[in-house]
Design a protein around this ligand. Structure first.
Ligand SMILES: [Cu+2]
Length: 340
């Protein structure tokens, strides 16, 4: 079925479950439409009978007698017990079928199957992505907030399996066009999967209230052509090369400031002494289009104002403001800009 017609009538089409691009999304759209159709039908029948009775049996004059009073009717009682039972039974069946289609157990990483495995860690209030395996080979790098996955093509479906865990409270991963929600629950491991042939940017939002900045915990999934994805993967796997390039004095100063301030307790830059894991991995910060979990674009001006005071941009977020002076700010921004 072509859901786009329905989707186009809705505001915020980008977040509409009626524009699915994955098999799971497609099943969910179908199920929800079927449930709407059935419950809509019931609504029409019930309100139709009600309206008919109100008009047909209304009191017509001051002297009209009460109509004959009927008590109980076995056939009617049977009908209105059996009909809802059948309808509910049918809904149980179709829902179960959808669950079967949506819940797929992750396979073992195997060379040649072009499957991507990523661990998603929900954190107050951003997303950590640990890239585990692609095409059977271990990856072992971490990034944040922008999930890149390959689009399938005719040779390979290129599925992505996500393992979802939480570092603190309950969160929920929901990118409506890619399928249903999956919760990230402390002490539990959940999983979900994405398979699509449509490259593009898909947006979502943490879907389980998780504190002050719940609404600022946005999701971005970049589904890329396999070649583009491969290039991204290669770039992310590379370590930052320290001290070998011609660095300007500002970059050098920035690096020293970054490494001597507490930044390194919370942030990692692979291949440097910065190994903190409390905040987003900054190894390839400049490869990201946004900062602070999709809240602001990643450009020099915004990066600087984030460092001036993260609390002004994302009040309550877990990065403190450091009262850095202009010199430190210029240096750190220049240094961060080398993290490509
Ligand atoms: Cu959350």
């Amino acid at each position: 079925m072509d859901w786009t017609l329905i989707a186009e009538c809705l505001p915020m089409q980008e977040l509409s479950i009626y524009r699915p691009v994955t098999p799971a999304g497609e099943s969910i759209a179908q199920l929800s439409f079927l449930v709407f159709a059935i419950t809509g039908g019931i609504f029409l029948v019930v309100s139709g009978v009600l309206a008919y009775c109100i008009v047909r049996f209304r009191r017509r004059g001051p002297n009209e007698n009460e109509p004959p009073q009927v008590y109980g009717s076995v056939p009617i009682e049977l009908a209105w017990t059996a009909a809802p039972l059948l309808i509910v039974f049918f809904l149980v069946l179709v829902t179960t079928r959808t669950l079967w289609e949506v819940e797929v157990d992750p396979p073992q990483p195997t060379v040649g199957d072009k499957t991507l495995f990523v661990t998603v860690v929900g954190r107050q209030w951003w997303w950590e992505y640990r890239y585990d395996y692609y095409d059977g080979k271990p990856l072992g790098f971490t990034t944040a907030n922008e999930l890149h996955i390959p689009a399938g093509d005719d040779d390979a479906p290129r599925r992505t399996f996500l393992t979802l865990v939480s570092a603190d409270v309950c969160h929920s991963f929901w990118v409506p066009r890619l399928g249903g929600k999956t919760d990230l629950i402390p002490g539990r491991i959940n999983s979900t999967w994405i398979e699509t042939k449509s490259p593009g940017l898909y947006l979502g939002q943490c879907a389980e209230f998780c504190g002050t900045q719940h609404a600022g915990m946005l999701l971005r999934v970049d589904v890329e052509e396999p070649a583009v994805f491969a290039a991204w993967l290669e770039r992310e796997q590379a370590k930052v090369v320290v001290g070998t390039t011609e660095e300007s004095a500002a970059v050098e100063r920035g690096r020293v400031a970054f490494q001597s301030l507490s930044c390194v307790n919370c942030h990692a830059v692979r291949g440097t002494p910065a190994v903190g894991t409390f905040g987003p991995d900054l190894t390839h910060l400049m490869a990201r289009k946004t900062l602070a979990s999709g809240l602001i674009p990643n450009d020099r001006e915004r990066l600087r104002s984030w460092l001036v005071n993260p609390q002004a941009i994302k009040p309550g977020c877990l990065m403190p403001s450091f009262q850095l002076n202009d010199d430190q700010l210029d240096g750190i921004v220049a240094y961060l800009e080398t993290l490509r």
